[in-house]
Design a protein around this ligand. Sequence first.
Ligand code: SF4
Length: 258
Amino acid sequence: MTYQISFSGGLGSGVSALIAHEQGLDFNLIFADTRIEDEDLYRFNDDIASAVGQEIVHLTDGRTPWDVYIDKRWIGNTRTAHCSTELKTKPVMAWLAENAAPTDPLVLGMDMSEIDRIERAQRNWAPRPVVSLLNRFEVWRPDYDAILARHGIRKPRLYAMGYEHNNCGGFCCKAGLVQFERLYRTNPERFAWHEAEMERAIAEIGDTARPFLRQDTHGKTHYLTLREFREQLEAGTAELPMFDVSGCGCFTDEEEYA
Ligand code: SF4
C-alpha cells in the first residue's frame, strides 16, 4: 500500500510527509499547483521533499483560479470554489486513477480539530480511503515546531504573517474582509494583482459576474470588488467584522462534486 499525500504546501501536509518518512511508510507527495502560490511555499515543499528523499509529483494545467472563474463564467465564492475542483481535486483524481491502486489512501494534512472536514472528504472521495496520519500517530499542532526542527525546516512564512493557511499565496475566494485586509497590508503588490485580475474577470464574464467579498450594512449584504475594498481601506472607512471566514475548503467541499 502506498500513501498518496496531498502535499498542498500547508504545515499539516508537510508534517504528514515527515511523519510518513519517520514511520517508514511508502508514500508519494502530490502537489497541485494553482500558480498563485506564495514563493516560500515552493521552498517549504522542496525542503520537506529533500528531507524525506522524494521527488514531488507536480500537477498543473497552467491556469490560475482567475482563469478558471473566466472559463466557468462565475467568480468563485464561499459556496462554489470551482478553482479547487479544477486545479486541485480533478488533477489529483486523474493522477491517482493512472498511478495509484484504488485502495491506496489519500492523506490529507488535517488533524482532529478538523474532523468535520476529514469526514466530508471521506464521503467525497469514496471508495478511495481518506486518512489523516496526524490523527493516526497522534500528532498535534503544538508538536509541529519540534518535528520541523528535527529536520531543520522553517515554517512557510505566511503563518508568521497571520494567515491560517499557506494556500494560494494568502488569496482565497472563500475568505472574507479580514483576510483581504491582511493581504493588502502584508503584500500590497499581490493584492493589486488580484484586484486587476478581478477587474479582468468581471469585464470578460459580463453582467452576471459577482465579486466574492461581502459587507453587511444596516442588515443588508452588499458585494464589493477588491478595488472598492481597497478604496475603503485607503479612505479609512472599511469596517472589519469581528468574526470572519479565513477561506480554504480545498479537497473537502461537497458542492465541488455536484
Ligand atoms: S485556496 Fe481558495 S482560491 Fe485557492 S484553490 Fe482553494 S478554494 Fe480556490
